[in-house]
Design a protein. Structure first.
Length: 191
């Protein structure tokens, strides 16, 4: 598989970044939900530390992904109605904004609480704001609200890919899957 995108599929770098971020976001979302129900104590503090480190990793992967996207053009869209193309591009735009806003809002929430921010205990990152307990609740609520918006947008994103795969029978989903053959033109029409 080529590293760069081709005319008809995403390259190895774009696919790797996509799926690494998907795993990080899914895992961190589940971890956040579990963490929310945990009683105070060392287990919860350690879980918070892992959650924050994964969030920072997702943020770093996003920066790498956007940089790569500037370097390597996206393959052309599969043929689809204009409204679907608009919806797909709008969904991707909102996803990118949320993938930036959620880790940053978590970093701000952490800063407002005055907690240290470490990346897997390897190094510390600076606070983005001074400690401010009055604002910390708002930051935490914002972080959580953005997560639920992300869940809704991801449902639309995955749902759209599955509709293209199962009903439109085109290569939209297959182009992002490694080691999978693309359908030939007309191949998707057969049952």
């Amino acid at each position: 598989m080529p590293l760069k995108n081709t005319e008809n599929r995403w390259g190895g770098m774009a696919q790797s970044l996509h799926w690494l971020m998907a795993l990080g976001i899914l895992g961190n979302g589940i971890l956040g939900l579990i963490m929310d129900e945990m009683p105070r104590g060392m287990a919860k503090l350690n879980t918070f530390a892992i959650h924050k480190s994964i969030g920072l990793t997702v943020l770093a992967l996003l920066i790498l992904r956007v940089s790569w996207r500037l370097f390597d053009r996206a393959p052309p869209d599969e043929p689809m109605p204009r409204w679907q193309r608009f919806a797909a591009h709008a969904t991707h735009g909102v996803l990118y904004l949320l993938m930036l806003a959620i880790p940053l809002s978590g970093w701000i929430y952490n800063s407002l609480h005055g907690y240290p921010l470490q990346w897997f205990k390897w190094f510390n990152l600076p606070a983005l704001m001074e400690k401010n307990e009055a604002l910390s609740d708002l930051a935490g609520e914002t972080h959580e609200a953005l997560f639920w918006v992300l869940v809704a947008v991801l449902v639309a994103h995955v749902g759209g890919a599955l509709v293209h795969h199962w009903f439109e029978r085109d290569n939209t989903l297959l182009r992002m899957l490694p080691f999978v053959r693309l359908r030939k033109p007309g191949q998707g029409d057969s049952p």
